[in-house]
Design a protein around this ligand. Structure first.
Ligand code: ADP
Ligand code: ASP
Ligand code: MG
Length: 412
């Protein structure tokens, strides 16, 4: 059972979480719990680190931002004990959750779930594990798994203790066709295939961290997204189908729609390199230095300029990397050989996702038509087997998402 930030935002909410856990334990289930920091806490901690020094040591950043989860795991253990459930808190290093030493974005390498299983078996002691954090296998220092990383902690723990299911309790009662806060007509999905969830999450649906979906897929952990706001006393712990969304393998899904969902992200920036030579090696000259700087390039579009000898090349990077990307390309100007850089930061990427696209033609073409009818200009397009993404002006994000949501018959 994993509880996100809003679910543990206050002592009262933590008591509510304790009731959810108690319900499952009383019903005879063996459970382990993973918690996030109180909502807003991690942002505050990140802000403090930046205030102390804008360019800070990543190891100390992790020491600071991991603390939010230490508080909530202890508090939940106390709240559980108060309602008669044996419980013990565990920090990442105590389990230990061994990770790489990529501070701020560490990868989980190994978890020994033995102690958690043993303590539950011997004395029904529930482990309350701090999400988001681990310990570097090499240096023994505290690491964090990237924003939203508690989901990943939860799926990894579930795999380590061979859990039947990993329940992600959050502030919505499942995965919707798009962010229900933006499109009130969004529908809850019964089941979503791992592959689709992977695309939804990586294209901006922050309901699950991308890594958690990857882990679920690799270790075949059934992930169930549900709400901690459903009253603990109204839920039958033995019912097979409480409200929520199951993330599972494709074979389990009987009725497959062409389009499953729409994700969007405003954390995008566009860089256009004007009039580069149209010859071999130019793309390498542009993207080599970006890769060396560890900047993830997403969409890439290359046009042929009118003169035929030169071409324009447009790509996108995460907004957080925009300044560095621009600097990198400017520094490499002589090696690349271009006349001008045009950039835009007020852009958004809207992605349409569905396994059904594999076997249906013309799905994207419908979108182009619908958006043009709304006068929304498309700056760049990428497609893959089960997804296409469109780069547009950020101001039109909501309009575009709603238009496409209606177009593909997703409205409730
Ligand atoms: P937690 O703190 O529990 O981890 P998050 O804020 O990380 O919660 O994730 C839940 C939020 O994800 C929801 O409040 C919702 O606004 C957002 N969200 C974005 N896309 C979707 C989607 N397709 N389905 C459900 N929620 C979504
Ligand atoms: N507290 C961390 C964050 O806000 C991890 C999480 O909530 O999943 O990113
Ligand atoms: Mg989250």
């Amino acid at each position: 059972m994993k509880f996100g930030g809003t679910s543990v935002a206050s002592i009262e909410r933590i008591r509510n979480v304790a009731q959810h856990v108690k319900r499952e334990v009383d019903a005879g289930h063996e459970v382990a719990v993973v918690v996030s920091a109180m909502s807003g806490k991690t942002n505050e901690l990140v802000g403090w680190a930046a205030e102390a020094s804008p360019l800070h040591d990543a190891r100390e950043y992790d020491a600071v931002v991991a603390s939010g989860e230490q508080v909530t795991s202890g508090l939940l253990a106390i709240a559980l004990q108060a309602v008669g459930i044996q419980a013990r808190s565990w920090q990442g290093w105590q389990i230990p959750i061994r990770t790489s030493d990529a501070h701020g974005a560490a990868r989980i390498l190994e978890i020994d779930g033995g102690e958690i299983i043993k303590r539950f078996a011997e004395r029904k002691e529930v482990a309350v594990v701090s999400g988001f954090q681990g310990v570097s296998k090499d240096t023994g220092r505290i690491t964090t798994l990237g924003r939203g990383g508690s989901d990943t902690s939860a799926v990894a723990i579930a795999a380590a203790i061979r859990a039947d299911r990993c329940d992600i309790y959050t502030d919505v009662d499942g995965v919707y066709t798009t962010d229900p806060r933006v499109v009130p007509k969004a529908k809850r999905l019964e089941k979503v295939a791992f592959e689709e969830m992977l695309e939804l999450a990586s294209q901006g649906a922050k309901v699950l961290q991308v890594r958690s979906v990857e882990l679920g897929m690799v270790h075949n952990v059934r992930v169930f997204v549900r709400s901690s706001f459903d009253k603990p006393e109204d839920i039958d712990a033995h019912a097979n189908h409480p409200p929520g969304t199951l993330i599972c393998s494709e074979e389990e899904i009987v009725e497959q729609q062409v389009v499953t969902g729409i994700a969007f992200s405003k954390d995008e920036a566009q860089i256009s390199v004007r009039q580069v030579q149209d010859k071999p090696g130019v793309a390498a000259a542009i993207f080599g230095p970006l890769a060396e700087a560890n900047i993830n390039v997403d969409m890439i579009v290359q046009n042929v300029s009118e003169d035929g000898a030169t071409t324009d090349l447009t790509f996108t990077v995460p907004a957080a990397d925009y300044m560095r990307a621009k600097e990198t390309i400017t520094k490499a100007k002589d090696a690349i050989g271009y006349t001008r850089l045009d950039t835009a930061t007020d852009v958004a990427k809207v992605s349409v996702i569905g396994i059904g696209m594999r076997s249906h033609a013309g799905v994207a073409a419908q979108a182009f038509k619908a958006l043009s009818a709304r006068n929304i200009n498309i700056r760049a397009i990428t497609t893959s087997e089960i997804k296409f993404s469109l780069l547009i002006d950020a101001a039109y994000t909501e309009l575009a998402v709603r238009t496409l949501h209606t177009l593909y018959g997703l409205d409730a």
